[in-house]
Design a protein around this ligand. Sequence first.
Ligand code: NAP
Ligand code: ZN
Ligand code: ZN
Length: 352
Amino acid sequence: MQTQAYAVHSATTPFAPYSIERREPGPKDVAIDILYCGVCHSDLHTARGEWPGVQFPCVPGHEIIGKVRTLGSQVSRFKPGQIVGVGCMVDSCRTCAQCKDGLEQYCDGPVGFTGTYNGAMGGGPNTYGGYSAAITVDEHFVLDISHAEKDLAGAAPLLCAGITTWSPLRHWGASPGKKVGIVGIGGLGHMGVKLSNALGAHTVAFTTSAAKVADAKALGADDVVVSKDADQMARHANSFDMILNTVAAPHNLDAFTSLLKRDGTMALVGAPPSPHPSPAVFNLVLKRRSIAGSLIGGIPETQEMLDFCAKHGITSDIEMIRIQDIETAYARMLKNDVKYRFVIDMASLKNG
Ligand code: NAP
Ligand code: ZN
Ligand code: ZN
């Protein structure tokens, strides 16, 4: 089925209308009309060719909220007209230990998981994401959405920004009595603050943007630190159980590892195109601190997060845009000027 989309044809050309082919639903597929799609910094890293292995044409978008149009003959979990979500993955091997554990993002199969756009991690055919009118997805990778209709656009970013912060927060035990830092108050970071706060942890936001201090408090931070201010940073030395670092650019990690208490962990989720300066070993060994990484989240934990957010009335703070404004949105994202996630109203695709 021919489907309207927006694509880039190289790392240096702007987005333009493009027609893609979507498969007719097979027995286990769900065909979805896309209502909203969030704009992740990973979309920008990919569309601008900043990460290795980008396939063009590239249709990004992995924070999808849509409405079920048709279902394959063997799908019983969904019904036509139902509101559903699709996140960063559309397939995995389903048989390896990681997939059996519900952590499909770490799939050990021959090509790893298949991204909603840019194909499988280990190569293979390209896939096209949510900057499009419709998508066909195996039911295993389709999520139930129980947010109210008025909250659907704000729920879209939960599919990446939400789960990418939820998964490490849960894994490293964000909960009452724990002190958690969130570094970078962008799309991921603002969700990290909301979720850490909702999980009951004492939450401290770190930002390079002094203008975001009041917002970060309103998002749920108990304290906000402007990370360029050495005195403000020093007040938190040796005190964090966990720091979640969402920054999209290389920076000095030591400034944050020195804030971890003994056995504390800084989990990196930000994925800059070039490496961070090497961390100082003494900073780690003297307090048995760790630097770790975390990738999006598995399908069961994504559903758990969506249900938690629906129950607690949690959505992303969004700025709705037309697809025609995507270049402006990317330019603003590069200036840390997003409050706090752009979401594309896919109805705008009809305007060409
Ligand atoms: P974003 O909305 O652009 O937010 C990133 C934030 O990082 C900025 O708002 C800014 O916050 C801070 N920042 C940017 N440049 C900085 C610099 N040079 N030094 C210090 N802080 C800086 O991006 P996002 O969508 O949240 O994504 C963040 C990163 O996570 C990207 O690299 C993305 O690809 C990656 N990501 C990873 C996963 C995963 O599974 N691991 C999933 C999704 C996204 P302040 O203004 O508050 O300083
Ligand atoms: Zn993303
Ligand atoms: Zn697998």
